[in-house]
Design a protein around this ligand. Structure first.
Ligand code: 17E
Ligand code: FE2
Length: 437
């Protein structure tokens, strides 16, 4: 069965016990959606062969013993410029998005290149050691010297041999919130940002919000960049910029080069409008990113009871075959003082809040932190467990994606570009009490 699904280059491996040039072999891997165990050989940084038994020697062997071997996690939405600043200069007391933006406005006055780079690199290492090898970060560009953006572009370059980073030029204070912001957004693209961002629900007026979406599409077309907009991150059922984003994606043909992040207001729309909107979203073919850890805490703050969940309609989007991925959004910053970089926590939170507790639904949530994220970032050429692709993969202390989420399994091995990047021992308990069973 497996042989039908996976290309196998057995002949190219040469006879057993001779020097094969194989750098690393993982023995007895359990791949997602395959019942048979396979050996996986890595040569020159690429996946060289996958077969039920590879009769060949390698420089290094890892016995996986039937554990899950998966493509790496994809962190499709995080703010590395604000990561690890929680409490500076003060803690968020109300827990709202707006207080977070105000605190960050104060903190960003003292940003330096070194400050941002050090925190971003520490965060990336934290993520990578837990199996994240692809990251899309937002960089606040509503800041006169573009320090955050320049720092994150430098970091993108400095870490590229072990982790892939994409940078979104994100105008946190609005494209039209202050006079210079529009020019700063364009300057960020000239400097090399991978994607254009926006925040239409935070612009001063509804009209400014619509205008900002037009401007973002114009810039994306002029500079040939992706789009990832913070869209309708509010409980206001009248916040309807998602339809504008989808309409422009349709009209410009940019389609899946466009991503709508957060879209929490979608959880508050009436069903009649949501039905109409779904049809447009299907035609537009854009990507969605939900950030369940953050939005379960930021949203619903003006509610008494019943209190909204504040997360977009993840299950319904998935049921319509639209591409949804999940992000952490924050690790210890003005919006969220928690966060570990563990993508299984994100997937688990989505399972709970979005009520995706069926077996297929939980597998879908695992896909949302792996393959769907790769689709959103458009990195599929260098992503996936296929012969000929770069050897980016992880080993988990679990037998299936479901078990990985349920037990928040340890990522025991992280392999990046064919090399072992990090190893972690799963926790081991010694039971000292009387026999329990
Ligand atoms: N900025 C924003 O507008 N929304 C967020 N969730 C974060 C930053 C973290
Ligand atoms: Fe965000």
């Amino acid at each position: 069965m497996l042989q039908g699904c996976l290309p196998i280059y057995r002949d190219s491996l040469g006879p057993a016990m001779t020097s094969s040039g194989i750098g690393l072999i993982l023995r007895q891997c359990r791949l997602p959606h395959h019942s048979e165990l396979v050996d996986l050989a890595i040569k020159d940084g690429q996946i060289h062969a996958l077969a039920s038994h590879l009769d060949v020697l390698a420089d290094q062997e890892i016995a996986v013993h039937g554990k899950l071997v998966s493509p790496p996690f994809v962190e499709s939405h995080i703010h590395l410029d604000s990561a690890l600043t929680a409490g500076q200069p003060r803690w968020n007391q109300s827990g709202t998005l707006f207080e977070g933006i105000d605190i960050w406005r104060d903190r960003k006055q003292s940003l330096t290149l070194e400050d941002v780079k050090a925190r971003a690199r520490a965060t990336l290492q934290l993520q990578a050691q837990q199996g994240v090898l692809f990251v899309r970060t937002h960089a606040d560009v509503s800041e006169v010297n573009l320090v955050a953006l320049k720092a994150l572009l430098e970091v993108r370059e400095a870490v590229k041999d072990w982790i892939t980073v994409q940078v979104v030029a994100f105008p946190q204070d609005g494209v039209y919130g202050s006079p210079g912001n529009d020019a700063l957004l364009e300057e960020a693209l000239k400097l090399g940002a991978d994607a254009v961002g926006g925040i239409p629900h935070y612009e001063l007026t509804r009209e400014d919000g619509v205008q900002s979406v037009h401007r973002i599409f114009e810039l994306a077309q002029r500079y040939d960049r992706l789009i990832d907009i913070h869209c309708d991150e509010i409980d206001d059922d009248q916040s309807r910029f998602l339809e504008v984003v989808a309409a422009w994606a349709l009209r410009t043909g940019l389609g899946d080069r466009v991503t709508a992040s957060h879209t929490t207001a979608f959880g508050s729309y009436n069903n009649a409008y949501a039905l109409k909107l779904m049809g447009l979203l299907e035609r537009a073919g854009i990507n969605f990113i939900a950030n369940p850890l953050i939005n379960i805490t930021l949203q619903g703050r003006t509610d008494t009871y019943p209190k909204r969940r504040g997360v977009t309609r993840v299950k319904e989007l998935w049921q319509r075959d639209l591409n949804v991925s999940l992000g952490h959004d924050c690790i210890q910053d003005p919006w969220y003082s928690l966060g570990t970089g563990n993508m299984l926590s994100v997937a688990s939170m989505a399972v709970h809040i979005c009520q995706m507790t069926g077996q297929r639904e939980m597998e879908a949530c695992y896909a949302m932190v792996t393959t769907n994220g790769a689709r959103t970032l458009k990195v599929e050429d260098s992503y996936g467990l296929e012969v000929g692709k770069p050897a980016n993969l992880i080993v988990l202390d679990a037998d299936s994606p479901y078990e990985a989420i349920r037990r928040s399994a340890t990522v025991t091995h992280v392999i990046s570009r064919g090399k072992l990047l990090a190893q972690t021992q799963p926790p081991a308990t010694s039971w000292l009490g009387p026999p329990a069973a």
